[in-house]
Design a protein around this ligand. Structure first.
Ligand code: FPP
Length: 233
C-alpha cells in the first residue's frame, strides 16, 4: 500500500461536537486532545514519518477570550503531560507559525518540549500554532528581500525549492495527504503553497469522534488515488 510520507490534518468540529451534547466549546477541544493522541498512535503504527496538526490559526485570536485562554491552557497541559509520551515514542516536536506571539508560558513549554525531542526522528509531529499560510508567505518574502539586499541571495536564482527554504516548513517535505474532519471543504489558510499536489480527504466525522479506523480509511483512499503531478498516467 502506498503510504503518505506527510499527513497534515485540519482538526475541525470540536465546537459542534460539544454543542450537540450541551457542553462548552472548551469541552469539545478537551475531547479533541484525546483524538490527537489516538492519531499520533495511528501514525506511528502505520509508519508515517511526518504528521502536522492545525491547532490554532492566526484568525482564531478572534474567538471569545475564554475559548482562546482555554485552548492555550489545554496546550500547556498537553505539552507538560504528554512530553513523556513524546520522548518514549521518539517523537520530535516542531511548530509552524508565529509562536513568539503566544502567551509566554505556552511559548516556554513549546521551546522546552522541542529542545528535549530535537534528536528524535521516528515521527516528526508538527503543531501549527498562530499559523496562517498567508503570513508565512509574507514572512518568507520579507526575508527573501532582506537577503537579496545583503547580496546573500541572487534573486535571478530564486525558484520554488529556494522559496520553500524560507517557509516555516523548510525542514518538512510537502504534505501528501491533507485530512479535514467535520465535513467542511476548505483549506482555511493552511499550507497553501505546500499542498499544491496534496491529495485532499474530507471526513464527515467531528474531530472528537475521529478514531483510528477513520484514519485507516483515509489511508486506504489515499492508496487508491492516482497522483499525476501534472503529468499523464
Ligand atoms: C476546530 O474546531 C478546532 C480548533 C480551532 C482547535 C483544535 C485544538 C485541539 C484539538 C486541541 C489542542 C491541540 C493539540 C495539538 C494539543 P472548531 O472549534 O472550529 O469546531 P466548530 O467548527 O465545530 O465550531
Amino acid at each position: 500500500m502506498d503510504i503518505p510520507k506527510h499527513i497534515a490534518i485540519i482538526m475541525d468540529g470540536n465546537g459542534r461536537w460539544a454543542k450537540e451534547r450541551n457542553l462548552t466549546r472548551l469541552a469539545g477541544h478537551k475531547e479533541g486532545i484525546q483524538t490527537v493522541k489516538k492519531v499520533i498512535e495511528a501514525a506511528i503504527k502505520n509508519k508515517i514519518p511526518y504528521l502536522t496538526l492545525y491547532a490554532f490559526s492566526s484568525e482564531n485570536w478572534n474567538r471569545p477570550k475564554d475559548e482562546v485562554n482555554g485552548l492555550m491552557s489545554l496546550l500547556n497541559h498537553f505539552l507538560e503531560k504528554e512530553l513523556k509520551l513524546l520522548i518514549e515514542n521518539e517523537i520530535q516536536l516542531k511548530t509552524i507559525g508565529r509562536i513568539h506571539e503566544l502567551p509566554e508560558k505556552t511559548f516556554k513549554c513549546i521551546e522546552d518540549a522541542k529542545e528535549k525531542t530535537a534528536h528524535f526522528d521516528r515521527l516528526t509531529l508538527t503543531i501549527a500554532l498562530n499559523y496562517s499560510s498567508q503570513n508565512e508567505i509574507v514572512d518568507a518574502v520579507k526575508n527573501i528581500v532582506k537577503d537579496a539586499k545583503k547580496d546573500s541571495l541572487d534573486i535571478e536564482q530564486l525558484d520554488y525549492p529556494k522559496l520553500a527554504s524560507y517557509l516555516y516548513t523548510k525542514d518538512l517535505p510537502d504534505p501528501d495527504l491533507i485530512i479535514r474532519t467535520s465535513g467542511e471543504y476548505r483549506l482555511s489558510n493552511f499550507l497553501l503553497l505546500q499542498s499544491a499536489y496534496a491529495e485532499i480527504y474530507t471526513s464527515p466525522i467531528y474531530w472528537p469522534d475521529f478514531n483510528q479506523s477513520h484514519f485507516t480509511k483515509a489511508l486506504t483512499q489515499f492508496a487508491q488515488r492516482e497522483r499525476r503531478f501534472g503529468k499523464i498516467s
